[in-house]
Design a protein around this ligand. Structure first.
Ligand SMILES: *Cc1c(COP(=O)(O)O)cnc(C)c1O
Length: 496
């Protein structure tokens, strides 16, 4: 029997069976959650406004500890109100789904509870990082090179920026801002992830010197515009140095044309980074990789988030470099208490000095385990299946043009559309109608959340008012879930 935390390990040295009993109870709750997540009759969420939610939960931190049974109940209620992101009708985010093998990996990771900075304390996991990251670089088309796992694609992009600046201005590391005489300028499309702009803010360029290159009607960077803007800044005496190409934009899922961008980077000697945080998974697919990612091997660096298309549990993000040695040279601080050079083993396996963090979370095991289960072919099948489902959805939308208005032919799993309620169905499509559709979009989203049966994201983009962006990146989704999605939107929204 267990009562208090002091009845289990380590405080009670004889507490092994009580520990097991406690943990199995927690696992039972997790199993219940997993069951509900996969139950199409169960809701995705139990929506409450913050003040009402607060009343449902006992969040206060007590002076005297509560019982272990209370903790089990706390776990249960926590999951009761959690949004089931693995539910087959959750289409809201780029990270959807609950890959159970990856989850098992995450459980193990939590139990091993180690830090990834040195081989000394994470020997097995460090070797896994070597193997997996090398394989990912091979898939990109890099020979050699170096990589690191970072806490998210935004930070991965920051690592690319830092390495690029270090490569061109190695004095910056010690001498700072004054070592660069002139204004550094970076380029990215107007559809890029906002983290690229944030690099400019964080790293001293200023967002005015992160130049937004116009994109075409499908959201892809226009290379001739890139060149024009490079020349324009050069003529002002500025120093263009970094181009970010996005492979799979966050909203539209568009792929910037990598070959022409690589040519321009080569011509003007600029660092080429590819932000494939979202689209990177398609590298597995022989069918869909080209032409979308053709030329990615010409990049100097690539961001690729397994926690998006590949379904690895949050978080798992990687950044890859063509040149080996740059990460360590850029970020090394040689902390004497961690990275002693006279250790028992080959200290090249201490990855901690390659990063601007100190400790790193173990994000590798869940990816390694998942890759072992699926095999590389399994990832390819998953990509092809998700693409097939997205195309199925596009066909269904086109088959009902009175109810759904497809905004563009998607290049990947982002399906962008407006839902058209009954009263607007006879109206010709125009700016005016788009404005009205943009107004009902958030109202319909609100109804979805109240009903708890469906979640699809929306946003405005450029001069387009609010529209739905549906994401299919969960292995749980089937054709019948897409049929449900469209029918449910109509059920909830026809009278708007
Ligand atoms: C999601 C995304 C990011 C940011 O990744 P996080 O892991 O959320 O930090 C960066 N770039 C693109 C294109 C993305 O879609």
């Amino acid at each position: 029997m267990f009562v208090l935390f002091s009845d289990i390990l380590p405080l009670d040295e004889n507490g092994l069976s009580a520990t097991r009993e406690f943990l199995l109870k927690v696992v039972e709750i997790l199993m219940e959650y997993i069951k509900e997540t996969h139950d199409r009759q169960a809701k995705i969420l139990e929506f409450k406004h913050p003040a009402d939610m607060r009343k449902q939960l006992e969040l206060d931190l007590p002076d005297t500890g509560v019982t272990l049974q209370q903790l089990v109940d706390d776990c249960s209620i926590t999951l009761k109100y959690q949004v089931r992101t693995g539910h087959p009708r959750f289409f809201n985010q780029l990270s959807c789904g609950l890959d159970l093998v990856s989850m098992a990996g995450e459980w193990l990771t939590a139990t091993a509870n180690t830090n990834m900075f040195t081989y000394e304390i994470a020997p097995v996991f460090i070797l896994m990082e070597h193997v997996v990251l090398q394989r990912m670089r091979e898939i990109i088309g890099f020979t050699g090179g170096d990589s690191i796992l970072a806490p998210g694609g935004s930070i991965s992009n920051l690592y690319a920026f830092l390495a690029a600046r270090h490569k061109m201005f190695p004095d910056y590391k010690s001498r700072g801002l004054h070592s660069i005489r002139g204004q550094l300028v970076m380029y990215t499309s107007d559809q890029c992830h906002y983290s690229v702009k944030s690099c400019a803010a964080v790293c001293g360029l200023g967002t005015d010197n992160c130049v937004e290159v116009p994109s075409d009607e499908r959201g892809r960077m226009i290379p001739s515009e890139l060149e024009r803007l490079i020349l324009e800044r050069k003529s002002r005496g500025h120093i263009p140095f970094f181009v970010n190409a996005t492979a799979g934009t966050t909203v539209l899922g568009a792929f910037d044309p990598l070959e022409p961008i690589a040519d321009i980077c080569q011509k003007y000697k600029l660092w080429m980074h590819v932000d494939a945080a979202w689209g990177g998974g398609l590298l597995f697919s022989r069918k869909h990789r080209h032409p979308r990612l053709t030329g990615i091997e010409r990049a100097d660096s690539v961001t690729w988030n397994p926690h998006k298309l590949m379904g690895t549990l949050l978080q798992c993000s990687t950044v890859h470099f063509k040149e080996d040695g740059l990460l360590i040279s850029c970020n090394q601080m040689s902390a004497e208490y961690l990275f002693m050079q006279d250790k028992l083993y080959d200290v090249q396996y201490d990855t901690g000095d390659k990063v601007i963090q100190c400790g790193r979370h173990n994000d590798i095991f869940k990816l390694w385990l998942q890759w072992r289960a699926k095999g590389t072919e399994g990832f390819e099948k998953l990509m092809d299946r998700l693409m097939e489902l997205s195309q199925y959805m596009v066909r269904k939308i086109k088959a009902q043009p009175d109810k759904y208005y497809l905004i563009l032919e998607p290049e990947m799993m982002n399906v962008s559309f407006w839902y058209v309620p009954t009263r607007m169905r006879s109206m010709a499509h125009s700016r005016e109608r788009e404005k009205l559709l943009g107004q009902i979009t958030p109202v319909l989203k609100g109804r979805m959340m109240q009903a708890g049966t469906l979640m699809v994201g929306y946003q405005p983009l450029d001069d387009r008012p609010n529209f739905f962006r549906n994401i299919i990146s969960s292995a749980a989704v089937t054709e019948k879930d897409i049929d449900f999605l469209l029918a449910e939107m109509d059920r909830l929204g026809h009278d708007l």
